[in-house]
Design a protein around this ligand. Structure first.
Ligand code: S6P
Ligand code: ZN
Length: 197
């Protein structure tokens, strides 16, 4: 007989997300090599104080069909050169799975891209919910001057595929120009061939 899982009660701070998470994953400047335009600026950051770029706090939910995984991401304010701090970004391993992002604090962008390189963005601020449909890779970018915090909900069996983004990058990058966030073509982007999108 299948073992029945017990319900879970989670306290959520409506500005900073999940309180007392089961696990916290930190991504520091060192972990972001190859992700930014200005590799020298990243190198300098790493050797200076290797700052925390973002952290993901989650509750242990089985990574299986039928479950919903939820977590909080908090991206620090800052830039590498003139490119804002951001998450690595990924596609789901099971690409036909969607995800929901709900912004709690700060501001930033949810940058999404199909495998063919079609791009879409949602400007996130507290109370904005972004729906990432199946087949869209996604990354988040903190364009504000304080922490950018959001809750995420995804199917238990979605999984993370970081390889595509690591190899190809996103077609667009978010840079600061004259104090404003501007979406630009990524000169380092190398498209992937695919039928989807
Ligand atoms: C998981 C969900 C988020 C991200 C987190 C960090 O499907 O999209 O929890 O994992 O925002 O981003 P990344 O790209 O480093 O996983
Ligand atoms: Zn995801």
């Amino acid at each position: 007989m299948e073992k029945l899982m017990e319900p879970i009660r989670t306290l959520v701070d409506l500005k900073r997300g999940i309180v007392d998470p089961d696990r916290v994953t930190e991504r520091k400047a060192y972990d972001m090599q190859g992700m930014y335009q200005d590799e020298l600026a990243l190198k300098k950051l790493v050797s200076k104080d290797n700052p925390l770029i973002y952290q993901v706090s989650g509750v242990n939910i089985p990574e299986e069909t039928g479950h919903i995984i939820y977590s909080t991401t908090i991206i620090s304010p800052g830039k590498v050169g003139n490119e804002y701090f951001m998450s690595k970004g990924h596609f789901h391993v099971k690409e036909d799975t969607a995800e929901i992002y709900l912004c709690l604090e700060g501001e930033g962008y949810l940058l999404m891209q199909t495998r063919k390189g079609r791009v879409s963005t949602i400007h996130m601020k507290p109370g904005i919910l972004g729906y990432i449909p199946p087949y869209w890779g996604h990354r988040t970018i903190n364009t504000g001057n304080k922490e950018f915090a959001f809750l995420t909900f995804s199917p238990g069996d979605a999984g993370h595929n970081y390889e595509v983004i690591q190899k190809c990058g996103f077609a667009k990058i978010m840079l600061e120009e004259d104090g404003r966030a501007v979406l630009k073509d990524n000169p380092k982007y190398t498209p992937l061939d695919s039928q989807i999108g």
